[in-house]
Design a protein around this ligand. Structure first.
Ligand SMILES: [Ca+2]
Ligand SMILES: [Ca+2]
Ligand SMILES: [Ca+2]
Length: 373
């Protein structure tokens, strides 16, 4: 597995090509509690795409116009620990023939068969100092045409907190129909997360049922940490990605290919050598003046605190970094159902699973349990 970061790969390519790496003025950086960048700790930031001029259609129709320089780092802002290569919001209004990006340029316009669509940033909340825990950008999107057109606003917000399970960014997008007719909006949040310190060996895994609505992005055959991607109140998802660099077809390609895409609730199979990415979709119809809040989150997951941390509250079969009766109940339920997750020991309490369910499995589980987090 390569230990190169994707960022350093891209930077190397950019230097070869002689491209600018200048950063625009709208970089937003947030830290839990707004403690600032001088303190080591989780940080989430995004900066405008380099070299994107205002009022170009490319900002809407390609991924080059996004706030591409995202980072989500657990302990410092150093790129080797960065868990997020690219992210971005896109939309497609019902009746239009393609998705468009919310670009980093102040105003962008593209001509379509239905007329010109203009996306404008009208408010930026936050700064690049890390002295706030939340930041965001407000947009308006508008189709002006003789047929009437449509008009909605999109308030995009990010808030980072430290939680028991790991640093978490709550992501919301508030849509308001500010036009004069009902509008159906397909909204998309796309992420290319990687598990530090490498990329190119990603897997995407749907959390077991009863699903708390998460998809894990981790390393094939590897241990924690992973990046947890919340499905929130989305209506669909899709995973993509190819082998190595430049990582094959992505959900960003879906958004910029110029055709209609709807995600179909599929994830690619887990195997070695792939750089995966994930898209979420919301489809909502808003009457005049109506609003909707799309919600999702990302978490740099710290993993279970102990091999016996197999459940959360209410026997949710996902760890919670605490050891409680729920962990014991879930383990015993697995044990009596001959679930492979309860085969944690072999004869003589060796810690190698042996395909048998015996008292040794229970003893090893309980020893780990009482060792504590
Ligand atoms: Ca990835
Ligand atoms: Ca637990
Ligand atoms: Ca066993």
């Amino acid at each position: 597995m390569s230990t190169l970061t994707k960022a350093s790969t891209i930077l190397a390519l950019a230097l070869v090509a002689g491209l600018s790496t200048a950063v625009g003025a709208q970089t937003l950086t947030i830290t839990p509690g707004g403690v600032g960048l001088a303190t080591s700790g989780p940080v989430f930031r995004y900066t405008p795409a380099a070299g994107v001029a205002a009022a170009t259609s490319a900002g809407l129709t390609s991924a080059t116009g996004l706030h591409t320089n995202y980072s989500f780092a657990p302990n410092s802002i150093a790129s080797p620990s960065d868990a997020l290569w690219r992210a971005g919001w896109f939309f497609r209004v019902q009746g239009e023939s393609r998705a468009l990006a919310f670009p980093s340029a102040a105003t962008s316009t593209v001509n379509t068969a239905n007329g010109p669509i203009t996306v404008t940033q009208n408010f930026t909340n936050g700064n690049n100092l890390g002295t706030l825990s939340q930041a965001g950008i407000n947009y308006t999107a508008r189709l002006t045409s003789g047929a009437g057109g449509w008009d909605f606003s999109s308030q995009q917000n990010f808030e980072i907190t430290s939680t028991t399970l790991g640093p978490t960014v709550a992501i919301t997008n508030t849509l308001v129909n500010s036009g004069f007719t009902p509008v159906t909006i397909h909204l998309f949040w796309c992420t290319d997360a990687d598990t530090p310190p490498s990329f190119g060996n990603d897997i995407l895994t749907l959390a077991p049922t009863p699903a708390p609505g998460i998809i894990r992005q981790g390393n094939f055959g590897g241990a924690q940490p992973s990046v947890v991607l919340g499905r929130g109140n989305s209506t669909a998802y899709a995973g993509r990605g190819g082998v190595g660099f430049p990582f094959g077809t992505t959900v960003f390609d879906d958004m910029t290919s110029g055709i209609i895409t709807n995600f179909n609730n599929t994830l690619p199979p887990a195997s070695a050598g792939f750089d995966r990415n994930l898209g979420l979709q919301w489809t909502v119809t808003l009457g005049v003046g109506e609003s909707f809040v799309a919600e999702t989150f990302m978490r740099l997951d710290l993993g279970p605190c102990n091999a016996s941390d197999v459940a959360g509250p209410g026997q949710d079969p996902n760890y919670d970094r605490q050891l409680t009766a729920d962990d014991i109940i879930v383990f015993l339920n697995w044990f009596f159902a001959s679930d492979v997750r309860a085969d944690v020991a072999g004869p003589g309490q060796s810690t190698v699973p042996d395909g048998q369910f015996t008292a040794d499995d229970i003893i090893v589980f309980l020893n780990r349990f009482f060792a504590g987090c």
